[in-house]
Structures are given as C-alpha cells and as structure tokens.
Ligand binder design. Sequence first.
Ligand SMILES: Cc1ncc(COP(=O)(O)O)c(C=O)c1O
Length: 444
Amino acid sequence: METTKFILSEKEIPTAWYNILADLPYPLEPYLHPATKEPIGPADLAPLFSMELIKQEVSTERFIEIPDEVLEIYRLYRPGMLFRARRLEKALDTPAKIYYKYEGGNATGSHKPNTAIAQAYYNKQEGIKRLTTETGAGQWGSALAMACNFFGMECVVYMVKVSYNQKPYRRSLMEVYGATVYASPTTNTQAGRKMLEMDPDSPGSLGIAISEAVEEAAMRDDTHYSLGSVLNHVLLHQTVIGLEAKKQMEMAGDYPDVVIGCCGGGSNMAGLSFPFIQDKFAGKDVRVVAAEPKACPTLTEGEYRYDFGDTAGMTPLTKMYTLGHDFVPAGIHAGGLRYHGDSPIVSLLYEKGVIEAVAHHQTSVFDAAVQFARAEGIIPAPESSHAIRAAIDEAIKAKEAGEEKVILFGLSGNGYFDMTAYDSYLREGLKDYDFVLACDEENK
Ligand SMILES: Cc1ncc(COP(=O)(O)O)c(C=O)c1O
C-alpha cells in the first residue's frame, strides 16, 4: 500500500526549537535605534517585548528548550501532518515526488499559533496582562487571540482594513476568543490619524497596523506588543515545522531536492526550511525557494538596506530586503504577504545566495490553488498558494527534464475564511498588479 500521510506520535513533537543563528556563517547586522541610529540593546526593546523573547532574539544557542506549558498547548494540534501529494502528481503527470507539510489543521488554520502560544506564555510569565498586534490576513490575529485566551490575557488586534472588509468572519473568530479588533488605520493612534488625514480611504497595510499596535503598547505598562513574523524569535518558534518535516521525510525514505515556502515576513518559510538549511551548511545539496506576490515583491525587487519595520518609523531600523516602509501594496487577496520588508535572517540568506526567490501574480496563484484543491481536497490559503504555484512549476520543470525530483512545500494555512477571494477568482477573475504599477496606482 502506498503511504499518503506521514504521522508522528505526540511523543515526537520537538522539545526544542532550532536556532539558525548558531550556524549562520555570516554576521547578522544589529537592529538600530530609530532616533539615534546606534545599535539597540535589551533596554530599548523592554517596553515592547518580554525579556525572554529579547534574549531569544540574540541567542546563539543551537537548540532552545520549549517550555512544558507551551508543549502542552502544542499537543492540541501538533505534530502536523506531512502529505505525499500523490493525486496532484498524477494530475500533473510528473515524475517528481511532491510532499507538503500542512499547518492549516489547527483551530485557527495556519502556522501562526506556533509562535503566538510561545509569545503569550513568556509575556504572561513576566506579568504582562495585554498584548497588541497587527494582522493582515487575519490568521496571525486569530492565533494570538486564541493564545491570549488560553493564558487569560487581553488581546487587541489592528486588522488591515482591506482584509477586515474581505473577511468579516475572521473578526468574529477573534472576538469569540475575546479579542478586540479594529480596522486599521484607526483614529485610536497618532499613526492611524496621520494616515487617515493623508488618505481617508486608505486600504491599510501591515506597516501601518504595526505602527498602531506598537504605539498602543508603548503607552501602557501592562501591555506589550507581539509580532507574527520577521523577528528572529518568531522564526525560531516556527522551526517545529521543519524539525517535524525532517523526521517525516525520513519516514518517507526521501530527502527534498527543493524546499519551498511562501514568504511574507518569512516565518513559515524559515520554519520549514531552516532545519534543512542546517544540513545545507554542512554540505547537503538542497535548494530553498521563497515564493512571494508580484504586487509586493520584497526579495525579488526590493533593496537590501536598513529600513523601518513599520510605516510611521517607530520600530528599530532593520537590515533587510525592503520596498520602502511607506510602500502600500495593492489590495491583493494574500493579505499576509502584503509586507514591505522581510526577516533579517531570510534577507541575509537571500543576499548570500543560500535561498532563491520567485514572484507570481495572483491569478496564476489562484490557478494553482484551485488545481491543488481539485486534486488534494484541501482549500489552501491565498498566501500558501504562492508556494503551491512554485511547487507545481518545479514539478512541471522536472517533467520536462525527465527528472524524479523530490519537492517539499509548506502549506502554511487553509483558505476556508478566504471564500470571498475564491468567489472573485471564479466569477469575475482577479486583477494582477505589478510592483511599479501598484506604486503608481497608490500614488495617483
Ligand atoms: C497562511 C499564511 N501563510 C503565510 C503568511 C505569511 O507570513 P510569514 O511569511 O511570516 O509566514 C501568512 C501571514 O499572515 C499566513 O496567514
């Protein structure tokens, strides 16, 4: 019998996260203070983040133990499933073997709880009562709302307005967990008011929503800020994905030639690929590909330089690939990929040629999503569908070359709250935006 699902037992959930900073052959440039432009220290970050998370941000310990309280909640949904996409392989008539690691099988539907639970836990340990955050697609806000609820904390979510309107039930889901949700930009904060003065119809962006969440957290002692991607500690928590996938690929008797993840701030792609990049640093031949939208092509068309993580310029300056912190991407359906910057580690790895990147228009991404759904059943999140597009392209190339390639991609979330997007795709077709065109349109 051919195996389709590779299933680990609860005992095999990783008990430590893998920290790639222990193995990076290149130095990572420090964060700089937004005003002084000097490297920042822990004291600068303490008003916003828990001390344990600040330590993790700079730690060079190779493995960092996962606290029991976090593991106990991980057990609600981990280990995640690894599938062999046999029906998709048949549909594509490819000699390639396609595997996908599915993170959409938990209560909120994506990889985001892997870090939300850890961040809520460490903040709770240090006496923090409220967390503020931004959300694009709503996946991150949902995950943090659930995690805060588990630890008895308040959660305030600034949801990018275009996504808030596209996905009203994401807001309801967050409210079920007890969170307060605002459509950003709001009049609650200086950053939001300034944005609304400039453009009362602003669709919002992750950069603006971050400014609002950071501003609110900075004003209250009982409140910290929580970020769903980009930062080193977030990528660290996501490595449970790749650590499990490595064991599951071993069960399948294969090792990937290429590992693919969609890339917004970089956390799911990093979480899946970093344990494989550890092997690559040790001499293994494995390619890693980041898939991003052409409307927000941070790696493929951005510049590698210091920039702010938010629109208002309140966050530390970060050396990263960026499209400019004031860039407001077009309102594509993959809300979670509408971020102007990228993780500093992912950016460095891309700059050094360790990882590759591809960019796709949303129509071809939804073509791939529907092809995948019709073969495998699961309706994928629009963000994750960028990885599906890239994986299908690799499988078609393998067919043309007559190669039996092993492809592993991250299915970072399900798309059951994204039916408005699928409805538009199926009924009217979607509009595609190039980066330059998107800038021109937004600047009109
Ligand atoms: C399902 C899904 N995948 C991917 C992303 C992109 O984030 P990251 O690049 O940090 O994984 C998001 C962000 O909201 C998401 O919801």
